[in-house]
Design a protein around this ligand. Structure first.
Ligand code: GTP
Ligand code: SPV
Ligand code: MN
Length: 650
């Protein structure tokens, strides 16, 4: 039976020792404990901290002034304490319908990532973001100077953990034994963060032990904060939305996050480390840290390949990563659903690891029909956040109607009675499940392979209601990089954006670049020199709509029909036709057999000269205004060539 993603594997303590420690913890007479900078260490021992970790902790104990220090060991006992404590605070409630499942409801002001308050700190602004055209506001990240960063920290963190426990969370991104993995230490005053990090990453003693050898780690400091008025509106979910700030200093491998307990703002291994700091490390070391799912797919002939795919937040990564193919004979297995760390091995083969250990997935829309695999993963050992609850001790969200016990009543994510006639959603549109990857029934046998899995194709995609066909293939690597750079998608609830505007989201990384996007493009282009066996690049769009506003493509398991075409292209099958935007499936090349719904392939693949002229114009404008002189010459040339091809369309 898998535990909560945690690692009692890592803390091989006898039950008796664990129990003794538990009693000691409960009867905490703080004076009896070992001290660090005059603060009681109520769990773990200081000698387990390497000199560098110890001094990082000391420095921040002095700054944050917690009442207690808890060094996380990743054990079951520890998790029980956290769960008990959070229940007593009202942060989580049990969901008796399932096994070891919990529901957290956040402050309604703290439900998503806050991109406008997320900063990268470098000496020069141009290291962080390209210089936008005069008078234009840059949208490729926010820069902060070292001086301003220090000031922001001092203002917010001085004494911010008074009366609270500082948890020291040693975590590994990637399997602890993998040479591709990296270690972080997150200091946090949120037990919710500890319990979630225990699922999303590998935490505990083994990580501290590894640090005794290398002592190289990413410094992650997090506090939910306290409003400057001192008044905490919702004691079960303390936060400070007005002063929330998420800071990254790549030069020092340092992350500082204040004021939010929510997912991407607080589980610092995820977007902050694995993508923002990760992309800067990857640039230095010559690899790629990307917002991509990784899946294994076996065709009816038994040939298995791996695909990585970058879609923006809430655009279908988790769904594709766990897809149940509708095409007979196909099998999909999941390596990861959000982040890929990829590098070319000595044979020029691109290999990827999933640095995470769990799924922090969008709940609404997840159903037995759309994603049965997720549904059979998430009802044990899971923390749900901001979903609705049912009177029979379960959860509910939009899409779960068929799974609902008709006798049960529903309480929405804000705690109000909810019925199907209600005008507001039952679950927050960005509500999430946080569940151990290892219990996914189709987890790939190689998902923890230290050397990673070989990647044969890279997909880019987004929500494009108009103009963009279901799938097309890049002409070559450089053209593929242009396709990634040109990605656009309809805004979703995963961040603070309002409405359904089509936003530029290059490589699905716009919120996650750790350095200047122009330099990032150069880095991608340079991969061409590392291999003679580059993955093929494709663009997919599950979200094209008819003139009546209906999805033209059934999506989900039916996307296997698109993957089937992609795999045949990898085998160099002659099943594509050149168009100005790239290669599309030739007539009847997409296998539609057994599809019980009528699909208007004409509308789904239609290419309009006007649409593509406007698209090229929008991309040109975007590059000119946002990337300016940092745009690599090759990309400028690729766009020019695309424009010429589109202009010559009938
Ligand atoms: P993040 O975790 O935010 O990075 O999101 P994600 O990219 O993993 O998105 P996810 O798979 O959770 O999907 C988000 C939403 O898109 C859900 O409501 C899904 O039901 C919906 N969705 C996913 N795949 C498809 C598809 O093929 N067609 C349609 N129409 N909707 C889809
Ligand atoms: C995303 O927004 O891309 C997510 C969720 O995966 S969060 O962890 O909040 O960033
Ligand atoms: Mn994501």
């Amino acid at each position: 039976m898998p535990d909560m993603g945690g690692s009692n594997r890592s803390a091989k303590k006898s039950y008796a020792t664990e129990a003794a420690r538990a009693i000691k913890y409960r009867n905490a007479n703080l004076g009896l404990f070992e001290q660090l900078r005059g603060v009681a260490v109520v769990n773990g021992t200081v000698k387990d901290l390497s000199p560098k970790v110890k001094s990082y902790v000391e420095e921040n104990v002095d700054l944050c002034q917690p009442e207690k220090i808890h060094i996380c060991d990743g054990s079951e006992t520890e998790n029980h304490h956290l769960i008990e404590f959070m229940q007593s605070q009202g942060t989580i409630v049990n969901l008796p319908k399932y096994e070891n499942c919990w529901l957290a409801k956040t402050n309604p002001a703290d439900t998503a990532r806050v991109e406008s308050k997320t900063f990268i700190c470098t000496e020069e602004r141009s290291e962080t973001i390209p210089t936008p055209k005069d008078g234009i506001k840059g949208t490729l990240g926010n820069w902060i100077s070292p001086k301003q960063m220090d000031q922001a920290i001092e203002e917010r963190f001085t004494g911010c953990m008074r009366g609270r426990t500082m948890y020291i969370v040693p975590f590994s991104m990637g399997p602890i034994v993998s040479p591709l993995s990296k270690i972080g230490i997150e200091l946090t005053d949120s037990p919710y963060v500890v319990a979630s990090m225990r699922i999303m990453t590998r935490i505990g003693y083994q990580v501290l032990q590894k640090l005794q050898e290398s002592d190289d780690f990413v410094k992650c400091l997090h506090s939910v904060g306290t409003p400057s008025s001192g008044f905490t509106e919702m004691p079960s979910w303390p936060c400070d939305p007005e002063r929330t700030i998420i800071l990254h200093k790549p030069k020092e491998n340092k992350i500082v996050s204040y004021g939010s307990g929510y997912g991407g703002n607080s589980l610092l291994g995820k977007k902050c480390f694995a993508l923002r700091i990760g992309s800067t490390i990857a640039k230095r070391e010559g690899w790629l840290a990307e917002h991509m799912l990784i899946l294994g797919i076996t065709n009816p002939q038994g040939q298995k390949r791996y695909i990585a795919a970058a879609f923006p937040s809430a655009c279908g990564k988790t769904n594709l990563a766990m897809m149940t193919p509708s095409l007979p004979g196909y099998k999909v297995e999941c390596v990861g659903d959000d982040i890929a760390w990829m590098r070319f091995d000595k044979n020029g083969q691109l290999r990827a690891i999933n640095p995470e250990n769990g799924f922090f997935g969008v709940a609404p829309g997840t159903s037995t029909k759309s994603n049965p695999i997720a549904m059979s993963t998430i009802f044990k050992n899971t923390i749900f956040t901001n979903v609705a609850s049912t009177s029979d001790g379960g959860v509910f969200w939009e899409g779960m109607e068929d799974d609902l016990n008709p006798a049960a009543t529903i309480t929405d994510w804000r705690g109000n009675k909810w019925t199907k006639a209600s005008k507001t959603p039952a679950a927050h549109p960005n509500s999430r499940f946080c569940t151990p990857a290892g219990q996914c029934p189709i987890i790939d046998p190689q998902w923890e392979a230290p050397e990673g899995v070989p990647i044969s194709a890279i997909l880019f995609g987004g929500r494009r209601p108009a103009g963009v066909p279901l799938v097309y293939e890049a002409r070559d690597w450089k053209h593929g990089v242009l396709i990634g750079a040109s990605m656009r998608s309809e805004a979703t609830a995963a961040a603070e954006h309002k409405g359904k505007v089509i936003m530029h989201d290059p490589f699905a990384m716009r919120p996650f670049f750790g350095y200047n996007f122009g330099h990032y493009l150069k880095h991608w282009l340079s991969m061409e020199e590392r291999s003679t066996n580059l993955p093929k690049i494709f663009h997919v769009n599950w979200f094209r709509k008819s003139s009546e506003g209906k999805f033209l493509w059934p999506g989900f398991g039916e996307n296997s029909r698109v993957l089937d075409w992609i795999l045949r292209r990898l085998d160099n099958e002659d099943c594509s036709t050149e168009t100005p935007i790239g290669l599309v499936p030739s007539e009847n090349a997409i296998n539609l057999s057994g599809l019980d719904e009528e699909v208007d392939m004409g509308q789904l693949f239609g290419l309009s000269k006007n649409f593509w002229l406007e698209e090229v114009f929008a991309i040109e404008k975007y590059f000119k205004e946002q990337v300016g002189d940092d745009l690599p010459e090759e990309i400028r040339a690729q766009l020019k060539a695309l424009k010429r091809r589109v202009e010559s369309m009938n």
